[in-house]
Every structure is written in C-alpha cells, then in structure tokens.
Design a protein around this ligand. Structure first.
Ligand SMILES: [Zn+2]
Length: 196
C-alpha cells in the first residue's frame, strides 16, 4: 500500500481496467481525488458533468464519473465507508485558509494536487473540482450545505476502476480549522493500492 502522507498529496498512473483502492486508514480523513486522461491532461474528471451523468450528488456503487468531455473515467466499484462523499466543495486552497483567519501559509489540497503531479513531471491545465472521498457535506432542506465529520470508519475503503488510462491524484486534506477531518480536527495519513 502506498501512503498519502497527512496533509500531503500523491499521484499515480492507473491503466484502463485497473482499480485503485483508497483506504481511510484512521477513519476520519477526507481524501480529495482527481483524475486526468493520461493522453491529454486537458480532459479530466469533472464533478459538474458527473452529477448530470449519474443523476445525483453522491456517486453510488456502479456509478461512472465522467470527464469534461462526458466520457467515463472512474467507476465506483466498492465502498465500505458508509457511502458519504462530496462532489460540491472546491478543494481547499491558501485563500480558503486566509478567509478562515490563517495568517501564515497553510498546506492545502490545491497545492498538493500540483505538487503530486509535478513529482510525475506533469502539470494540470487547472484545478478541477475534486471528488472529495469520505467528506460529509449534507444538503439541508434541499438547499443549505454544512460541514460535518466523516461517517467512515478506520480501514474502510473505496475502489475506483479506471475506464481509460489516467493519472489519479490524491490529497489527504490538511483542513484543521473546521471538522472536515473529524471533530478532533487532526489530519491523518491515508493509503491506496492498485489492483488488476
Ligand atoms: Zn483540502
């Protein structure tokens, strides 16, 4: 298993038909997830296009997430985490933490994405909206959104099957100013493994 270090990111090449299993090692860690077409990084997994394709805001087992060209890129094939994820929130960035009152640089998922891809010699065309695995953002009264602790448990996991050769990037979200990563607000590591 490959570690996604606490507060940091990691990217990996995934071949068509391979599965990547993302393990919530400590149970309360949100993992921002992106996928890019390995042949053309300008095509990437898109939450706004995926919500149209699957007809809901949280993917369920069997749902194929699609790209900004509306082609399937990752299909959710296993989920032992309780099935609560988020497709609505942008990844955190330095400005998010500044708005929350942080005066110094704060690790963030956006910079983690760019750093993880840079480690593979790649650069994304932009920061797409992520699939926020294990993130609990309920829609209340059909409109309001709220940040709540994850419902996932230690060792629970999600498996995503690649529908094309792609680059998948993860960030163990460093949010420690809101209960995104549990009420203790302590970001932890997570893990993933590639399965054929
Ligand atoms: Zn984050």
């Amino acid at each position: 298993m490959i570690e996604i270090p606490a507060r940091k990111g990691k990217a990996v090449r995934v071949g068509q038909g391979q599965r990547v299993r993302v393990v919530n090692t400590k149970g309360q860690q949100v993992v921002d997830t992106w996928a890019f077409n390995a042949e053309d990084m300008r095509e990437f997994m898109s939450m706004e296009h995926s919500r149209v394709a699957i007809g809901r805001i949280i993917p369920a087992i069997g749902d194929a997430l699609v790209t900004n060209k509306r082609r399937p890129i990752l299909t959710l094939v296993e989920d032992t985490s309780g099935g609560i994820h988020d497709t609505l929130f942008a990844s955190c960035d330095r400005w998010r933490y500044e708005l929350l009152g942080c005066s110094e640089y704060h690790d963030n998922c956006t910079d983690n994405l760019w750093a993880a891809l840079k480690a593979l010699g790649l650069e994304p065309p932009e920061t797409p909206a992520p699939l926020n695995l294990f993130m609990n953002i309920p829609v209340i009264d059909g409109n309001r959104v709220e940040v709540r602790p994850p419902v996932s448990t230690p060792g629970s996991y999600v498996s995503l099957r690649a529908e094309m050769d792609c680059i998948v990037a993860f960030s163990a979200c460093p949010q420690d100013m809101l209960p995104v990563n549990g009420l203790t607000m302590r970001p932890t590591e997570a893990h993933f493994e590639l399965l054929d």
